[in-house]
Design a protein around this ligand. Sequence first.
Ligand code: SAM
Length: 258
Amino acid sequence: MSIREIREILAREGLRPLRRLGQNFLHDRNMARWIVDSALGGLSFPWHIWEVGPGLGVLTQLLLGKGAEVRAIEIDRGLAGILRDRFRGEDRFHLFEGDVLRAEWPEPALDWVLVGNLPYSISGPFLASLFRRRASFRRIVVTLQLEVAERLVATPGHSSFGSLSVMGQTSFRIEIRKRLPPSVFYPMPKVDSAVVCLEPLETVLVSGEDREGFCAFVRRGFLHRRKCLGKKLGYEERRRPEELGVDEWVEIWQSLRG
Ligand code: SAM
Protein backbone atom coordinates (compact mmCIF):
# COMPACT_ATOMS: atom_id res chain seq x y z
CA MET A 1 0.00 0.00 0.00
CA SER A 2 1.58 3.28 -1.10
CA ILE A 3 1.59 6.48 0.97
CA ARG A 4 -0.93 7.91 -1.50
CA GLU A 5 -3.28 4.97 -1.03
CA ILE A 6 -2.99 5.20 2.75
CA ARG A 7 -3.80 8.91 2.65
CA GLU A 8 -6.73 8.35 0.30
CA ILE A 9 -8.29 5.57 2.37
CA LEU A 10 -8.00 7.57 5.58
CA ALA A 11 -9.32 10.76 3.94
CA ARG A 12 -12.31 8.91 2.48
CA GLU A 13 -13.32 7.88 5.99
CA GLY A 14 -12.54 11.29 7.49
CA LEU A 15 -9.63 9.85 9.53
CA ARG A 16 -6.13 11.04 10.31
CA PRO A 17 -3.21 9.03 11.76
CA LEU A 18 -3.45 9.37 15.54
CA ARG A 19 -0.15 9.76 17.32
CA ARG A 20 -1.59 8.77 20.71
CA LEU A 21 -2.45 5.34 19.21
CA GLY A 22 0.97 4.99 17.59
CA GLN A 23 -0.53 5.00 14.10
CA ASN A 24 2.47 4.77 11.77
CA PHE A 25 1.42 2.67 8.81
CA LEU A 26 3.91 0.44 7.03
CA HIS A 27 3.97 1.34 3.33
CA ASP A 28 7.09 -0.55 2.23
CA ARG A 29 5.80 -3.70 0.53
CA ASN A 30 9.11 -5.55 0.63
CA MET A 31 9.39 -4.97 4.35
CA ALA A 32 5.82 -6.14 4.92
CA ARG A 33 6.53 -9.34 2.95
CA TRP A 34 9.76 -9.85 4.87
CA ILE A 35 7.95 -9.53 8.23
CA VAL A 36 5.29 -12.05 7.21
CA ASP A 37 7.91 -14.50 5.93
CA SER A 38 9.83 -14.17 9.21
CA ALA A 39 6.66 -14.85 11.18
CA LEU A 40 5.74 -18.01 9.26
CA GLY A 41 9.10 -19.29 8.03
CA GLY A 42 9.98 -22.81 9.17
CA LEU A 43 6.64 -23.33 10.94
CA SER A 44 4.36 -26.06 9.74
CA PHE A 45 0.89 -25.30 8.37
CA PRO A 46 -1.82 -24.53 9.59
CA TRP A 47 -0.91 -21.07 10.81
CA HIS A 48 -3.04 -19.41 13.47
CA ILE A 49 -2.15 -15.77 13.94
CA TRP A 50 -2.96 -13.11 16.50
CA GLU A 51 -2.29 -9.74 14.94
CA VAL A 52 -1.96 -6.71 17.18
CA GLY A 53 -3.07 -3.39 15.68
CA PRO A 54 -3.75 -4.39 12.05
CA GLY A 55 -4.33 -0.73 11.09
CA LEU A 56 -5.28 -0.74 7.40
CA GLY A 57 -4.49 -4.43 7.03
CA VAL A 58 -1.11 -4.41 5.27
CA LEU A 59 0.22 -7.46 7.13
CA THR A 60 -3.24 -8.97 7.46
CA GLN A 61 -3.69 -9.23 3.72
CA LEU A 62 -0.35 -10.93 3.21
CA LEU A 63 -1.04 -13.37 6.06
CA LEU A 64 -4.45 -14.26 4.66
CA GLY A 65 -2.89 -14.61 1.21
CA LYS A 66 -0.58 -17.28 2.63
CA GLY A 67 -3.57 -19.24 3.92
CA ALA A 68 -3.28 -18.27 7.60
CA GLU A 69 -6.19 -17.79 9.96
CA VAL A 70 -5.94 -14.28 11.43
CA ARG A 71 -7.43 -12.95 14.67
CA ALA A 72 -6.76 -9.25 14.79
CA ILE A 73 -7.25 -6.78 17.63
CA GLU A 74 -7.67 -3.13 16.68
CA ILE A 75 -8.60 -0.39 19.13
CA ASP A 76 -9.54 2.30 16.60
CA ARG A 77 -13.20 2.12 15.60
CA GLY A 78 -12.63 3.92 12.28
CA LEU A 79 -9.85 1.53 11.24
CA ALA A 80 -11.91 -1.45 12.40
CA GLY A 81 -14.66 -0.34 9.99
CA ILE A 82 -12.17 -0.16 7.11
CA LEU A 83 -10.84 -3.63 7.95
CA ARG A 84 -14.33 -5.14 8.09
CA ASP A 85 -15.08 -3.77 4.63
CA ARG A 86 -11.72 -4.80 3.22
CA PHE A 87 -11.92 -8.41 4.42
CA ARG A 88 -15.67 -8.92 4.15
CA GLY A 89 -16.42 -12.50 3.12
CA GLU A 90 -12.98 -13.74 4.23
CA ASP A 91 -13.87 -16.47 6.72
CA ARG A 92 -10.30 -16.86 8.03
CA PHE A 93 -10.36 -13.25 9.29
CA HIS A 94 -11.75 -12.45 12.75
CA LEU A 95 -11.67 -8.89 14.04
CA PHE A 96 -11.86 -7.92 17.70
CA GLU A 97 -12.40 -4.28 18.38
CA GLY A 98 -10.71 -3.32 21.63
CA ASP A 99 -7.58 -2.81 23.67
CA VAL A 100 -4.91 -5.48 23.35
CA LEU A 101 -3.74 -4.73 26.89
CA ARG A 102 -7.02 -6.24 28.09
CA ALA A 103 -7.13 -9.17 25.68
CA GLU A 104 -7.54 -12.79 26.70
CA TRP A 105 -4.70 -14.83 25.21
CA PRO A 106 -4.88 -18.31 23.70
CA GLU A 107 -4.72 -21.43 25.81
CA PRO A 108 -1.33 -23.21 25.99
CA ALA A 109 -2.43 -26.10 23.83
CA LEU A 110 -2.86 -23.90 20.81
CA ASP A 111 0.05 -23.10 18.55
CA TRP A 112 -0.47 -19.42 17.91
CA VAL A 113 1.92 -16.98 16.31
CA LEU A 114 1.72 -13.35 17.39
CA VAL A 115 2.47 -10.73 14.77
CA GLY A 116 2.29 -6.96 14.82
CA ASN A 117 3.80 -3.62 14.12
CA LEU A 118 3.21 -2.58 17.68
CA PRO A 119 1.98 0.89 18.52
CA TYR A 120 4.95 2.56 20.19
CA SER A 121 2.70 3.99 22.86
CA ILE A 122 2.06 0.55 24.39
CA SER A 123 4.95 -1.70 23.35
CA GLY A 124 6.64 -1.72 26.81
CA PRO A 125 3.47 -2.48 28.85
CA PHE A 126 2.23 -4.94 26.22
CA LEU A 127 5.44 -7.00 26.30
CA ALA A 128 5.54 -6.87 30.10
CA SER A 129 1.97 -8.22 30.23
CA LEU A 130 2.95 -11.07 27.85
CA PHE A 131 5.95 -11.92 30.01
CA ARG A 132 3.93 -11.81 33.23
CA ARG A 133 1.49 -14.36 31.91
CA ARG A 134 3.96 -16.23 29.74
CA ALA A 135 1.21 -16.39 27.14
CA SER A 136 2.05 -19.41 25.09
CA PHE A 137 2.90 -18.47 21.56
CA ARG A 138 4.82 -20.63 19.18
CA ARG A 139 6.58 -17.51 17.95
CA ILE A 140 6.22 -13.75 18.35
CA VAL A 141 7.37 -11.41 15.58
CA VAL A 142 6.86 -7.76 16.38
CA THR A 143 8.14 -4.40 15.23
CA LEU A 144 9.17 -2.13 18.09
CA GLN A 145 11.07 1.07 18.57
CA LEU A 146 14.77 0.14 18.41
CA GLU A 147 15.38 1.30 21.96
CA VAL A 148 12.82 -1.20 23.36
CA ALA A 149 14.21 -3.97 21.13
CA GLU A 150 17.67 -3.30 22.55
CA ARG A 151 16.31 -3.57 26.09
CA LEU A 152 14.82 -6.96 25.24
CA VAL A 153 18.10 -8.49 24.06
CA ALA A 154 20.47 -6.66 26.45
CA THR A 155 22.92 -8.64 28.55
CA PRO A 156 24.08 -7.88 32.13
CA GLY A 157 26.33 -4.85 32.48
CA HIS A 158 24.84 -3.17 29.41
CA SER A 159 23.04 0.14 30.02
CA SER A 160 19.84 -1.21 28.36
CA PHE A 161 19.72 -4.27 30.62
CA GLY A 162 16.65 -3.98 32.86
CA SER A 163 13.47 -5.64 34.07
CA LEU A 164 12.16 -6.13 30.50
CA SER A 165 15.36 -8.03 29.60
CA VAL A 166 15.10 -10.35 32.60
CA MET A 167 11.35 -10.92 32.30
CA GLY A 168 11.63 -11.64 28.56
CA GLN A 169 14.76 -13.77 28.60
CA THR A 170 13.43 -16.08 31.32
CA SER A 171 10.70 -17.20 28.89
CA PHE A 172 11.97 -16.56 25.37
CA ARG A 173 14.98 -16.73 23.11
CA ILE A 174 15.01 -13.20 21.69
CA GLU A 175 16.65 -11.91 18.56
CA ILE A 176 16.67 -8.60 16.69
CA ARG A 177 16.10 -9.65 13.08
CA LYS A 178 16.17 -6.33 11.25
CA ARG A 179 16.44 -2.59 11.81
CA LEU A 180 13.87 -0.42 10.08
CA PRO A 181 14.38 3.25 9.24
CA PRO A 182 11.52 5.73 9.90
CA SER A 183 11.02 6.10 6.12
CA VAL A 184 9.20 2.74 5.77
CA PHE A 185 6.23 4.17 7.75
CA TYR A 186 3.67 6.85 7.07
CA PRO A 187 3.73 9.14 8.91
CA MET A 188 7.40 8.73 9.78
CA PRO A 189 8.06 8.08 13.45
CA LYS A 190 10.83 10.06 15.14
CA VAL A 191 12.88 6.96 15.99
CA ASP A 192 14.29 3.84 14.32
CA SER A 193 12.46 0.55 14.69
CA ALA A 194 13.44 -3.11 14.77
CA VAL A 195 11.77 -6.41 13.97
CA VAL A 196 12.20 -8.76 16.91
CA CYS A 197 11.56 -12.49 17.04
CA LEU A 198 10.79 -14.27 20.33
CA GLU A 199 10.57 -18.05 20.59
CA PRO A 200 9.70 -19.93 23.80
CA LEU A 201 12.63 -21.52 25.63
CA GLU A 202 12.52 -25.32 25.76
CA THR A 203 13.31 -25.20 29.48
CA VAL A 204 10.94 -23.10 31.52
CA LEU A 205 12.96 -21.12 34.09
CA VAL A 206 9.93 -19.76 35.95
CA SER A 207 6.69 -21.69 35.65
CA GLY A 208 3.38 -20.18 34.58
CA GLU A 209 1.81 -19.76 38.01
CA ASP A 210 4.97 -18.12 39.42
CA ARG A 211 5.52 -15.61 36.67
CA GLU A 212 3.34 -12.84 38.07
CA GLY A 213 5.29 -12.91 41.37
CA PHE A 214 8.67 -13.28 39.66
CA CYS A 215 8.06 -10.31 37.38
CA ALA A 216 6.92 -8.12 40.30
CA PHE A 217 10.13 -9.15 42.12
CA VAL A 218 12.32 -8.22 39.14
CA ARG A 219 10.62 -4.87 38.69
CA ARG A 220 11.11 -4.09 42.36
CA GLY A 221 14.74 -5.09 42.04
CA PHE A 222 15.34 -2.63 39.21
CA LEU A 223 13.76 0.36 40.97
CA HIS A 224 16.50 2.80 41.97
CA ARG A 225 19.08 0.99 39.87
CA ARG A 226 22.03 2.53 41.61
CA LYS A 227 21.32 0.88 44.95
CA CYS A 228 22.69 -2.60 45.48
CA LEU A 229 20.11 -5.32 45.34
CA GLY A 230 20.45 -6.67 48.87
CA LYS A 231 19.29 -3.43 50.49
CA LYS A 232 16.13 -3.36 48.44
CA LEU A 233 15.10 -6.99 48.65
CA GLY A 234 16.40 -7.93 52.09
CA TYR A 235 19.03 -10.24 50.62
CA GLU A 236 22.78 -10.73 51.05
CA GLU A 237 23.79 -9.30 47.66
CA ARG A 238 26.19 -6.42 47.09
CA ARG A 239 25.89 -6.19 43.34
CA ARG A 240 23.58 -3.83 41.49
CA PRO A 241 20.57 -5.22 39.66
CA GLU A 242 22.07 -4.70 36.20
CA GLU A 243 25.10 -6.80 37.10
CA LEU A 244 23.17 -10.02 37.71
CA GLY A 245 22.58 -12.56 34.96
CA VAL A 246 19.12 -13.88 34.15
CA ASP A 247 19.83 -17.26 35.82
CA GLU A 248 20.97 -15.46 38.96
CA TRP A 249 17.72 -13.53 39.14
CA VAL A 250 15.86 -16.82 39.07
CA GLU A 251 18.14 -18.33 41.74
CA ILE A 252 17.67 -15.37 44.11
CA TRP A 253 13.93 -15.43 43.58
CA GLN A 254 13.81 -19.14 44.33
CA SER A 255 16.01 -18.89 47.42
CA LEU A 256 13.96 -16.01 48.86
CA ARG A 257 10.74 -17.95 48.40
CA GLY A 258 12.26 -20.81 50.40
N1 SAM B 1 -0.27 -3.02 11.30
C1 SAM B 1 -0.43 -1.73 10.68
C2 SAM B 1 0.73 -1.47 9.76
O1 SAM B 1 1.75 -2.16 9.89
O2 SAM B 1 0.65 -0.58 8.92
C3 SAM B 1 -0.60 -0.60 11.70
C4 SAM B 1 0.54 -0.47 12.69
S1 SAM B 1 0.43 0.97 13.71
C5 SAM B 1 2.15 1.09 14.18
C6 SAM B 1 -0.29 0.42 15.24
C7 SAM B 1 -1.76 0.01 15.20
O3 SAM B 1 -2.16 -0.42 16.53
C8 SAM B 1 -2.74 1.12 14.83
O4 SAM B 1 -3.65 0.58 13.92
C9 SAM B 1 -3.44 1.49 16.14
O5 SAM B 1 -4.73 1.99 15.98
C10 SAM B 1 -3.42 0.15 16.88
N2 SAM B 1 -3.47 0.24 18.35
C11 SAM B 1 -2.96 1.22 19.13
N3 SAM B 1 -3.15 0.94 20.44
C12 SAM B 1 -3.79 -0.25 20.48
C13 SAM B 1 -4.29 -1.07 21.55
N4 SAM B 1 -4.13 -0.71 22.84
N5 SAM B 1 -4.93 -2.23 21.24
C14 SAM B 1 -5.08 -2.60 19.93
N6 SAM B 1 -4.64 -1.86 18.88
C15 SAM B 1 -4.01 -0.70 19.15
